[in-house]
Design a protein around this ligand. Structure first.
Ligand SMILES: Cc1cc2nc3c(=O)[nH]c(=O)nc-3n(C[C@H](O)[C@H](O)[C@H](O)COP(=O)(O)O)c2cc1C
Length: 213
């Protein structure tokens, strides 16, 4: 295991919100990959996401942001200060203002509830506020929605946000790479997100590349 006690300057800063759509594994795997890529990650986890994480994975996230920060830092062997977790009403967090927020934000997975709140600029909790900041500052905002089927409301929200410059990466893995495990399918989606973030990834070859060397 790599010794993270010597802190290197972080390669990038990313805001990651994990909300209560199915597919908690995508968000956790993305966090793991961002830690491995030496990014600093400002994390927010909705209450519903905690329920989904407990339902879909073997992880039992503690309740407070500070406890979650410790848990996730240990879980992914992060350097000191690399993973920071903020609570739903922590309005003094860097992500709450254009002057402090990272230039890239991902909501993964993105519930239709949070999708709608972002589309109307609700800003009723820190996740919604951080997305609102990303939109008003014209920064990168990637959403990973999951629902089946989608209603007209969901599709309208996605179209509206796409027209504003956000990117929708549906939580729908492809099969042309012949996945052999659930992990392969998760990595398919996570690789797409990392490509959008312009963070080098070894999870999936880019189209036209036979394999990763
Ligand atoms: C196990 C489980 C799976 C869920 N799956 C989805 C889903 O795939 N998509 C979705 O939009 N909501 C899903 N929900 C419902 C959301 O969690 C719920 O609408 C919640 O209010 C979202 O809150 P949040 O956006 O603050 O995370 C699921 C809930 C549970 C408990």
């Amino acid at each position: 295991m790599e010794d993270k006690s010597v802190t290197k300057p972080f390669h990038d800063r990313i805001t990651l919100a994990i909300t209560g759509a199915s597919g908690a594994q995508y968000g956790l795997r993305l966090l793991e990959c961002l830690v491995a890529a030496n990014c600093q990650i400002l994390v927010m986890i909705s209450k519903a996401a905690r329920v989904v994480i407990a339902t879909e994975t073997d992880e039992q996230l503690p309740g407070t942001a500070k406890e979650q920060e410790l848990y996730l830092s240990q879980r992914f062997n992060a350097a000191s200060g690399q993973v920071r977790v903020f609570g739903r009403e922590q309005w003094m967090a860097p992500v709450a203002s254009g002057s402090g927020a990272p230039s890239k934000m991902v909501v993964c997975p993105c519930s239709t509830s949070t999708l709608s709140a972002i589309a109307v600029g609700a800003s009723n909790n820190l996740i919604e506020r951080a997305a609102d900041v990303a939109l008003k500052e014209r920064r990168q905002l990637i959403l990973v929605p999951r629902e089946a089927p989608y209603s007209e409301i969901h599709l309208e929200h996605m179209l509206k946000l796409t027209r504003m410059g956000s990117v929708m990466i549906p939580a729908s893995p492809g099969f042309y790479n012949r996945p052999e495990s659930i992990e392969d399918m998760i990595d398919f989606v996570v690789a797409r997100i990392l490509n959008q973030l312009q963070i080098e990834q070894q999870l999936l070859p880019r189209w036209g590349e036979d394999s990763l060397s």
